[in-house]
Design a protein around this ligand. Structure first.
Ligand code: ARG
Length: 593
């Protein structure tokens, strides 16, 4: 077991003795924000004391008296208003690392309470190229999936493809009137986007190309599709097939696989039933011919997703689930999807990863669902993210002003990485340089998406994300490869190292690195609890920095026998944490760069 878990367990037991009526499980141990005070700390005793009108420092003293962690800590101290600070003994740190060397753990533990979590991410739209917004969803969603899986949760990934909606009326007209078969063969998404643009401009009364007869035709093609017309259904299916093939190509490059790809159309047969049920339950009402969910007045206006402030007044902000013309929409589909996921997979939690503009949609969706199924205990989370901006601070676009496409972005990443690699290692054969460039380029793009706090917009800068110095994927990949080169230089294979010998710690730089490695699992837990892979990015960056300090201060290969093995173990464990951490971010490592 990891030291902080043992400390936490014993602390909870001591709290249980000091306060038999308390919920000791809520007493958690966290890393100390400032190592000056210790390695771990708990602030939970202050809350317990406050609730009982006790003196918090007195309670802390009572708990310490009942707590024996001498085999793990050199010091336990009461601080401030009633914090407990724990400082690990060097001996305990070394013991824990020695256990990691023989493969007992890699500084994390599988959860004792596995949950079934459905992750809805990527979810691009048929007949439209994936753009940088979808990349962020794909990369964030994949990182969360990997972290949750590593911790032992049961994860089901579902790509909720946009394969239904009014756009198909226009796409069908385009397909039948202006399609260029040859262009379709070369780049189907590009051609489908082109025909869509032509027809949608003709359907838009505001545009000079407007043609009322085309608009009428688009409507009738859509009605025919919805009624199951064989020709239209076949074209629609072909559009999905072609889009899906191109999406798969991108997923292949990103190393992403979905357990399910249930597009929006999958739920069509359920939509009327969903609306009827929600109407019957009195949750939705007729409002100007449409059916919509409105505020039930139970929430303060500020928190009520069915109200919006206009000119200083709170006015209804309806969640429309059936349109005036009887058609269904994004909301209806998402309600049906939610119900399906609960019934089919018995999800404890559903996580949706999309851009920030969908916040209101998900707040309304979740609130509607709660009213519809008040008995459900399933947690619903909208993990939203900000936009990707160009270096001019405006939404990231190509030079000609179009949305940047994912596949083109990845091509450019590999190309630019090849330049960097060729400068750094001109002697490697071209094939090797290309392979390195692929791993570095894709890794750099992923890391750029994961590093910023996901709720802030970030500026996409090629120079920044490919820099070898700084908080970047190439820097971390390089740090990993550098450690591996120590083993090559020393003529070691992992397997040669005598696993029976143990880790010894004498230098401060060794201790600093070792203590940091111990916190890998705590970081993984924080990533999954707060849906923030950036915690892991920063942790890995610090790992690489602490390794550098260690390597500059503590000779490895040149040190005497015994110390040398111990330091090689530290190198090996650091490399393993870097590799495992990067793997969670979906980033590969290389033995040599
Ligand atoms: N297709 C949508 C888009 O491109 C994202 C879907 C997200 N998932 C969901 N269940 N609504 O914006």
């Amino acid at each position: 077991m990891l030291p902080h878990k043992i400390i936490q367990e014993r602390l909870q037991a001591a709290v249980k003795v000091a306060l038999p009526d308390s919920d000791a499980a809520s007493v958690l141990v966290q890393p100390c924000p400032d190592p000056k005070f210790g390695d771990y700390q708990t602030n939970a005793l202050m809350g317990l004391a406050k609730a009982r009108k006790m003196n918090p420092r007195q309670l802390a003293a009572d708990v310490i008296a009942k707590l024996d962690v001498r085999d793990y800590c050199e010091k336990v101290e009461i601080a401030g208003a009633g914090f407990l600070n724990f400082r690990l003994s060097t001996e305990a740190v070394a013991r824990s690392l020695s256990a990691a060397v023989i493969g007992e753990h890699l500084f994390f533990e599988k959860t004792a309470h596995p949950r079934t979590v459905v992750l809805d991410f990527s979810s691009p739209n048929v007949a439209k190229p994936m753009h940088v917004g979808h990349i962020r969803s794909t990369i964030l969603g994949e990182a969360l999936t990997r972290a949750l899986r590593l911790l032992g949760h049961q994860i089901i990934t579902d790509n909720h493809i946009g394969d239904w909606g009014t756009q198909f009326g226009m796409l069908l007209v385009g397909w039948k009137t202006v399609l260029d078969q040859q262009a379709l063969g070369v780049d189907p998404l590009k051609e489908m986007e082109r025909i869509y643009k032509i027809i949608s401009a003709r359907c838009d009364p505001e545009k000079p190309d407007f043609d009322a007869s085309i608009l009428k035709r688009a409507r009738s093609e859509l009605v025919k599709l919805q009624a199951g017309d064989a020709e239209n259904l076949a074209i629609w299916k072909e559009m999905i097939r072609l889009s899906q093939a191109q999406f798969e190509e991108v997923y292949g490059r990103l190393g992403v696989k979905f357990d399910h790809t249930l597009g929006e159309s999958f739920y069509n047969p359920q939509l009327q039933k969903v609306v009827d049920e929600i109407m019957k339950a009195g949750i939705a009402k007729e409002s100007r011919g449409a059916k919509a969910v409105l505020s039930d007045g139970t929430l303060p206006p500020k928190e009520d997703p069915f109200l919006v402030q206009k000119e200083g007044e709170w006015v209804p902000n309806p969640f429309i689930i059936q349109k005036q013309d009887g058609g269904f929409n994004y909301a209806t589909t998402d309600l049906a999807t939610l119900e399906y996921r609960l019934k089919t997979w018995h999800a404890d939690e559903i996580i949706y990863v999309t851009g920030g503009p969908q916040q209101l949609h998900f707040r309304q969706l979740f609130a509607t669902f709660r009213r519809w199924h008040p008995e459900s205990l399933t947690k619903l989370a909208h993990v939203w993210f900000g936009s990707v901006l160009g270096e001019d601070g405006k939404p990231f676009k190509t030079r000609s002003g179009e949305a940047v496409k994912l596949s083109a972005l990845l091509d450019e990443a590999e190309e630019r990485a090849l330049k960097v690699v060729s400068e750094k290692s001109p002697d490697l054969p071209e094939k090797a340089r290309r392979e390195i460039a692929r791993v570095v380029g894709i890794g750099a793009v992923k890391y750029a998406d994961l590093l910023p706090n996901r709720q802030t917009d970030y500026v996409f800068s090629w120079d920044k994300l490919l820099a070898l110095n700084g908080n970047t994927a190439p820097y971390l990949q390089y740090a990993y490869a550098r450690i591996r080169s120590i083993f090559r230089k020393g003529g070691f294979q992992d397997a040669d190292m005598a696993k029976s010998s143990s880790v010894r710690i004498s230098e401060p730089a060794e201790l600093g690195l070792a203590k940091h490695l111990l916190n890998f699992g705590l970081i993984l837990e924080a990533v999954t609890q707060e849906y923030r892979p950036n915690f892991l990015c920063n942790y890995l960056y610090e790992t690489a920095g602490l390794f550098t300090t260690f390597y500059e201060n503590c000779p490895v290969l040149k040190s005497e026998a015994g110390v040398r093995e111990s330091r090689l173990f530290l190198c090996e464990l650091t490399a393993k944490v870097l590799r495992q951490g990067l793997a969670i971010l979906g980033i590969n490592t290389l033995e040599q760069m």
